[in-house]
Design a protein around this ligand. Sequence first.
Ligand code: AR6
Length: 328
Amino acid sequence: MPLYIQRNDITTMKTDAIVNAANEGLLGGGGVDGAIHRAAGPELLAACRALGGCKTGQAKITKGYRLPARYVIHAVGPIWRGGNHAERERLQSAYRASLELALAYKCESVAFPLISTGAYGYPKAQAMQVAVDTIGEFLRAHEMTVYLLVFDRETYVIGQKRFDDIAAYIDDRYVSAHTDSRQAQRRRYMAAPARTEAFAPCATAAGSLDEALNQLDESFSQMLLRKIDERGMTDAQCYKKANIDRKLFSKIRSDPHYKPSKATAMAFAVALELPLEEAQAMLQRAGFAFSHASKFDIIVEYFIAHGNYNIFEINEALFAFDQSLLGG
Ligand code: AR6
């Protein structure tokens, strides 16, 4: 099930559990810890006292008391000491331990803050990457909806180099789409080096002419199911990789005329690792096209053109550019 990256205050989340970025004492503190204790009321501190602390990289659970969430999972992230003190492993471990606890308590939805990125000083872009990778890996094996919350408005949280790279890619295409004649646009578009690999010939399973003609009338849903089979994926592998909810997938599966949103159609094109040309064809089945008048489209295109089909990384980038996200 999906991972959503959002700007939100964790104390307002109506998820089964929220995760607290706590310290080893588990007796409250500043930042998100302070906010959670204030919102949950004094019963939370009393419950925490009984837990006897928690080691870095581990997590413990209490009820949510006056919070909208049923549980609070208190996770202890590492203090950043330059990066050579197993900070990454400990941060991964804090996320994993929290997710395992959520699973043990049958939580279907969990919200995380960016653990360790406040008072503990973990660089935000790196912490975001650890969070997205660790949660992403967990979601490939488990059904859960996870929210990763970014609190402060001013920071974008992907690495500077990737941000600059994408910004340049958008600049090239977005500007040209708005200023050039159609012909000049097309020339530039075709000449861009990143496109070469995107247009590399792809293996298709289309055999006979009959088969090819049949495919002309295919709906989005039919095309999706065919491509899942062609790639030897299971349905679950595909909708998980697309960051799509199982229920939404069932709807698409059972209704050959289902019309998905553009974000959903793109999410499946990414999950199927389609080269750009095939991704275009898939979008067309849903009545859409990649457009260079849309930053959202150009960012997704950037990833496809670079052969990067990690939907969580794409969503990190979309989030950093204030765009809506894929899937979900
Ligand atoms: N909702 C979501 N995220 C928030 C909220 C909120 N209400 N408030 C802050 N953040 P920090 P740490 C973000 O310092 O670095 C405490 O004193 C914030 O912008 O809360 O793990 C504990 O008791 C930042 O990105 O936690 C520990 O002693 C992120 O939450 C120590 O701080 C984490 O910032 C733990 O430090």
